[in-house]
Design a binder for this molecule. Structure first.
Ligand SMILES: Cc1cc2nc3c(=O)[nH]c(=O)nc-3n(C[C@H](O)[C@H](O)[C@H](O)COP(=O)(O)OP(=O)(O)OC[C@H]3O[C@@H](n4cnc5c(N)ncnc54)[C@H](O)[C@@H]3O)c2cc1C
Length: 409
């Protein structure tokens, strides 16, 4: 293996380049991505960055790192075509680069809602640093922000904007917040918190359209039965769509994301895909999923690197995720969607909450609020070859440390 080319310089792409060097790869590494500047982390965009505007703290590494590690890095360059027969990629400026192995780490883009008014000024979405800069510049005390979508990113921005003195309304189409990914207990906990922070949360409410003023700026969001909510800014946070089109055009198999096996190989063994753009077999049943998280992008990057260096190991990491909203740190270990039984326990002072989620009697995930030690223990427990049952967890009075000790004994 002489030359690895990595398309997409976000969380996963950067990690492939860094791990190749860290683990001793001595061939050529070319990393390129379509955003300007050095590779950076996205999670702080909806958290610290909106408050501080400190873009330097987002960088994974500064420019020296790329020079010292002989990683050739091209910013502001898009992949346009993959020629699988010649094993070359073509970029938007016409450059072509040959590869022995190509890693697709192309991430995802925001889903555009099929409602009128999405193009008015003041309608925003958040994926990139440039998006975050625009949102940060727009948030001000007294203005009204309507967030369409009560998921992680929309709620993080809602909390920050409310703390900055904006009047914030969140519209969520389903009957609870973050409904796709957390248990009802966590949804209720965060609903109460956002309401206490002054956010007007409207559940079961669809945005039907965005109305503009005569200067082409967003002025209101139309909801049901002719009602509307005044808005200076509208943040549309309604999920993402994986970037699969270039792979698909090259004849690589796509199914929700770029389909990979448990070694992160696409249908072309010279091409891997990782992170938000890849769908992969998960768990004992091998169900096909796509995960949108830092953990997933990093661990899949490491999985590819190990394989390229001759140590293939099937990907089987425990998923984990976090979200910071106001003073609440939500952490999730495992995948809790699809749980058929949940047990929620709050600490006596109500400051912490832990929800154990079971499916068919087996622990599949643990959600915690402001309980980082429980989260870390849950990650270890879920990595055991046999996940504990409800009986085992209940027998130890939901003390995960005790369950872990018992499972290891
Ligand atoms: C605001 C925000 C907050 C988040 N918060 C959290 C969090 O708290 N916890 C968590 O676990 N996860 C969080 N995430 C998700 C996490 O950041 C992603 O799951 C992770 O970045 C995925 O890594 P990736 O490498 O697959 O994609 P990305 O990091 O998105 O990188 C993909 C890169 O490829 C580029 N690209 C796309 N098409 C092309 C092309 N044709 N040519 C060249 N380059 C291309 C993209 O522009 C991008 O730079 C957050 C995401 C956002 C947007």
């Amino acid at each position: 293996m002489k030359r690895v080319v990595i398309a997409g310089a976000g969380q996963g792409g950067f990690q492939v380049a860094a791990s190749l060097r860290q683990d001793g790869f001595d061939g050529e590494v070319l990393l390129f991505g379509d955003e300007p500047g050095l590779p950076y982390q996205r999670p702080p965009l909806s958290k610290e960055y909106i408050k501080t505007g400190n873009a330097e703290r987002l960088l994974f590494r500064n420019a020296d790192f790329f020079d010292k590690n002989a990683i050739r890095y091209l910013d502001g360059r898009s992949l346009t075509t993959i020629d699988r027969a010649d094993r070359t990629v073509e970029l938007d400026d016409g450059q072509t680069h040959g590869f022995d192995h190509l890693v697709l780490a192309l991430g995802a883009r925001n889903r555009r809602l099929p409602i009128p008014g999405m193009d008015f000024d003041g309608v925003m979405q958040l994926r990139t640093l440039a998006d975050a800069e625009r949102i940060r510049a727009a948030i001000a005390p007294g203005l009204s922000l309507v967030v369409i979508g009560g998921g992680f990113i929309g709620l993080e921005i809602a909390a920050t904007a409310a703390a900055a003195g904006a009047r914030v309304t969140v519209l969520e189409a389903t009957d609870r917040l973050m409904s796709r990914v957390v248990s009802p207990a966590i949804s209720a906990h965060f609903l109460a918190m956002h309401q206490a922070c002054g956010v007007d949360v409207r559940l079961g409410t669809m945005a039907r359209g965005i109305r503009g003023n005569d200067r082409g700026r967003a002025a209101a969001v139309e909801i049901d039965e002719g009602a509307s909510i005044e808005a200076d800014i509208v943040l549309v946070s309604a999920g993402i769509v994986p970037n699969v089109e270039i792979a698909e055009a090259a004849g690589i198999y796509v199914q929700d994301g770029i389909r990979v096996n448990d070694l992160m190989e696409t249908s072309d063994p010279h091409i891997s895909a990782i992170g938000d753009c890849a769908s992969f077999p998960f768990g004992r049943d091998g169900i096909l999923i796509r995960l949108e998280s830092v953990q997933n992008a990093i661990d899949q990057a490491k999985c590819v690197v190990q394989r390229l260096l001759g140590h293939p190991e099937p990907y089987d990491k425990v998923p984990w995720f976090w979200s910071d909203q106001a003073a609440f740190k939500l952490q999730i270990a495992g995948l809790t969607a699809g749980a058929d039984h949940q047990v929620a326990r709050a600490s006596d002072d109500g400051a912490k909450l832990t929800v154990h989620c079971f499916r068919q009697d087996t622990l599949i995930g643990v959600e915690t609020v402001n309980a980082p030690a429980d989260h870390m223990m849950a990650r270890k427990l879920l990595a055991l070859p046999q996940a504990p049952t409800l009986g085992a967890v209940e027998a130890k009075d939901f003390d995960l440390k005790a369950v872990f000790a018992a499972a290891q004994a």
